[in-house]
Design a protein around this ligand. Structure first.
Ligand SMILES: [Zn+2]
Ligand SMILES: [Zn+2]
Length: 401
């Protein structure tokens, strides 16, 4: 995005309508946004209080109540086994829509997919109900670019509750709004399928996330409509959201940092089990462009195995991955000593004594300092600059500057 385009967009989009009407936007005109963003180190301002959005709090209260009601019915044996199996099946395939689709394909471009695979992943991603790909990826790219600072929509520095679900019940931090507009989304904007989903999201959401999952048990094996709705929609939706949110919360707080101890995200096997391999989060933030989102694809990483399978049957190609040598150098340079192969006994022992959750974990209390660099103004890269493997990405970003 060029300088003028950006200023125009900021002027048009960032000022609330009522401010425009009252002429209050004049005061924004003189602010050099780049100056603010370029020179200010983005960290966490603990004196800033996020405003609670009560509408969302009430919404979540209702959703959680219905989810608990669905779980209760299942525990009381009122929901047929086949409906429970169906619900977990839907939970599984839509989870793949998030991990393989939203995350590894669209947000990070870790591999390329044929049109057929893209269509399947977009449908599954829609059925998961976690916002369309465009919004999901913008938030996620922002999260990677400004991890654990006020520029991160779910800043883990604000505590477990905030980064798990609290962020969705609070007004966004001004940095999230401002910096979010600078994220490079050009690749998704030029993808008609992603933009089609963006445009018709609510219609598609109703069909794929609500109607089909609820209709099938009711129509095909006579589950009551109420049970089907409570279990296949509310229970599944809220449970799945919580599992996904663990990647933002637990995987930023409780675990080890074998690849880079200077960043907040951690590796945690438990989250990996629940999210098909998204819990190797210290690795993922170190090499976000790696399709495995972990060093190994054969260690609690079902999503990576699936991508490899898609490659074998010709649906996925150009898989990007960090070479073993690159990973080794990074571990030796910045790891916390807990790496399974290259770590040291002392650090590993401290972790294995009780498990990765315990406070004796040598890296548990490491505090994250945002990098002391100027944030460049050329739109934000999809990848961490240091680790870019694809020269075209460097060139593309340089051309924009
Ligand atoms: Zn993260
Ligand atoms: Zn990511």
């Amino acid at each position: 995005m060029t300088e003028t385009e950006y200023s125009e967009q900021f002027k048009n989009d960032d000022v609330p309508k009522e401010n425009k009407e009252k002429g209050l936007d004049d005061k924004y005109k003189d602010i050099d946004v780049d100056e603010i963003i370029l020179t200010k180190k983005v960290g966490t301002d603990y004196s800033y209080k996020h405003k609670v959005v009560w509408k969302n709090v009430i919404g979540f209260f209702i959703l959680y109540s219905l989810c608990i009601r669905g779980a209760f019915l299942a525990l009381m044996g009122e929901i047929r086994l086949v409906t429970i199996v169906w619900t977990f099946f839907i939970g599984y395939i839509t989870g793949i829509g998030i991990t393989v689709g939203s995350h590894r394909l669209f947000a990070h471009r870790t591999f390329k997919a044929t049109t057929f695979l893209k269509v399947i992943l977009i449908i599954l991603q829609t059925a998961a109900g976690q916002n369309g790909i465009y919004i999901w990826c913008r938030d996620h790219r922002l999260h990677h670019r400004y991890s654990d600072t006020d520029g991160d929509p779910h800043n883990s520095k604000r505590g477990y509750f905030f980064c798990h679900v609290g962020w969705l019940m609070h007004r966004k931090h001004p940095y999230v709004l401002k910096l979010g507009k600078r994220i490079d989304m050009s690749d998704l904007e030029s993808d008609w399928m992603v933009m089609f989903q963006h445009k018709y999201y609510y219609v598609l959401y109703t069909i794929f996330a609500v109607v089909i999952p609820v209709f099938v048990p009711w129509y095909y094996w006579g589950e009551s409509f109420k049970n089907s709705l409570l279990f296949c929609y509310f229970f599944r939706y809220i449970t799945q959201l919580n599992v996904t949110w663990l990647v933002n919360s637990a995987a930023h707080l409780y675990g080890t940092r074998p690849y880079d101890k200077n960043m907040q995200p951690v590796d945690t096997w438990l989250v990996s089990v629940l999210t098909f391999g998204e819990g190797w989060h210290n690795y993922h933030h170190t090499f976000p462009w790696d399709y495995k989102a972990a060093e190994l694809s054969d260690h609690i990483n079902h999503s990576a195995i699936l991508i490899e399978f898609f490659q074998r049957i010709g649906l996925a190609y150009d898989l990007k991955s960090a070479s073993p040598d690159m990973v080794r150098r990074r571990i030796q340079k910045s790891g916390d000593g807990t790496h399974y192969d290259l770590g040291n006994e002392e650090s590993k022992k401290a972790v294995s004594a009780i498990g990765p959750l315990h406070p004796l974990n040598p890296t548990y209390n490491v505090t994250y300092e945002p990098p002391n660099v100027l944030i460049k103004g050329e739109g934000l890269p999809l990848y961490h600059e240091n680790d870019v493997m694809n020269a075209n990405v460097v060139k593309r970003n340089a051309a924009k500057a």
